[in-house]
Design a protein around this ligand. Sequence first.
Ligand code: CUK
Ligand code: CUA
Length: 641
Amino acid sequence: MNKISTIGFGILATVTALSFNACKPKNTGTAISGDAAAKAFVAPGQYDEFYNFVSGGFSGQLSTYGLPSGRLLRVIPVFSVDPEKGWGYSEESKPMLMTSHGFIPWDDLHHTELSQTNGEIDGRWVFGNANNTPRVARIDLKTFRTAEIIELPNSAGNHSSPFITENTEYVVAGTRFSVPPDYVDGDVPISSYKQNFKGTISFISVGKEDGKMDIAFQLLLPGVNFDLSHAGKGPSHGWFFFSCYNSEQANTLLEVNASQRDKDFILAVNWKKAEEYLKAGKGEKKKVRYARNTWDESTHSGKHEILEEVTVLDAVALKDICYLIPCPKSPHGCDVDPTGEYIVGSGKLAALIPVFSYTKMQKAIADKAFEGEYEGIPVIKYESALHGEVQKPGLGPLHTEFDGKGNAYTSFFVSSEIVKWNIKDLKVLDRAPTYYSIGHLSIPGGDTKKPNAKYVVAYNKITKDRYLPTGPELAQSAQLYDISGDKMQLINDFPTIGEPHYAQSAHADIIRPNSVKIFKIEDNKHPYAAKGEKESRVVREGNKVHVYMTSIRSHFSPDNIEGVKVGDEVLFHVTNLEQDWDVPHGFAVKGADNAELLIMPGETQTLKWVPEKVGIYPIYCTDFCSALHQEMQGYVRVSPK
Ligand code: CUK
Ligand code: CUA
């Protein structure tokens, strides 16, 4: 039987009761009006000030909203198929969803992180993590498309990700589940967790120019669970901080067994030191299998490759890379303030917020102010690294963002509120209720050196009565607060897709000027492009039928296709000849299980179809493109074998 500590159980019972109360509808009196509503109003025809990139959780997508209006601008398929964009249906996009396990068109995207230069958002890419089959995606903000996805070996449940260093040198990914590494025999008893299960942290390098991701190295650690992380900045550049739960190393009933100890840890990683060891040849090359999928901008096609080697550094054997700092009760968020001096740990079951000092931590390491070791890693004395504690801030602290004016904003799931507090003197300054049970929160640039602290957005876990009911499941919910004054002011509610976890925002001026309007047809290097109607044709190669098809308002060429036989593999390579902004054409064929295509001006995309029955099959354009869109249609004749 598992032992249940009475204290742990008591806290859990309280948390359960409180979260239940927090879910109760209490909408009356919380509607906003007057000047508050005006602050979120963006007049028709006007642009929003910020882009907000919101994770879609178990939808596998990332969505883009305008702030302050909350208007949905675009849903970007990342770890998902999306019929609206033909993503995962076209032959070109399918390779992007390949893994070492095969085609996985789903995942759980929890965190978004914008690329940075000198600790400031540079608007080039946004990264997203896959929490199930561990992957990291890079989305190109010139096109708002997924440009690359890399899988992570020796890892499972990539939750502590994709947080980045201040010049996007690395995207970091810490495993949520400890597992036996891929390069050893994984057929071990689950009860051998302590001996055989490891936690890994992947440091993924990002190409300065092209953004290309490579696993530079992995750190091998004892079997704890990494939850969240943030890079050091300024003075603490070169370090990375992770929250770890389950230092009990439980492998069953974690809600009780991983909540026994009074403190878990913040892990401090000296990645500059790890780089030195790597250069000195201390890394071990391990044979593994993982996928990297890259979108080629000249052919508009994904390329899937399998990589077979990764370099591992043993963080326990190499003594001075990793240090642990005790952190109360199941830490979740781990956030570093804009100066790089303060590290905030948020224990989900804690009734205070500990704030650690980077300077004190360094001194503690130099003085060897350790209270002992945990699985071979030195544990710094709590008091030696502590700047101070925020007392009675609220219940269930999760995540913290910063305003760059010396204040922190922490989300409290259980007491369902945002609490503003001062980093230096640790005094609570303001609190605002959320509707209901906030998870993450986000200030534009709120985890960078230069926050743009006009707003904070709450991403809530429970919606209850905020919107018109939609059956048993309600719309997911975000709320916008004006934080330009001393007090937070709720100014807008907006529904979001999937389950929002972390989100980031960037000022529109950083992204808008670089947004691509047109793919030039002369730049189209797709091997099956037809760059004019004269090039459109049908070519048979064995049982493959290549249809080089063009689309332009308002017809396809060819639009009558004969000579196809049952069992043929028909490949419609559709080139959109338009060169006007925002004139996509779509393509669908009756009975094809591969859904549809959406082809942007200047590009070529391919729909594969294997007809099983003799007959006449209509084809048509699925995207309203002109007054004669409905006329944009044709037929395919399928004859017996
Ligand atoms: S987690 Cu969702 S509330 Cu996956 Cu970042 Cu904290
Ligand atoms: Cu082309 Cu509708």
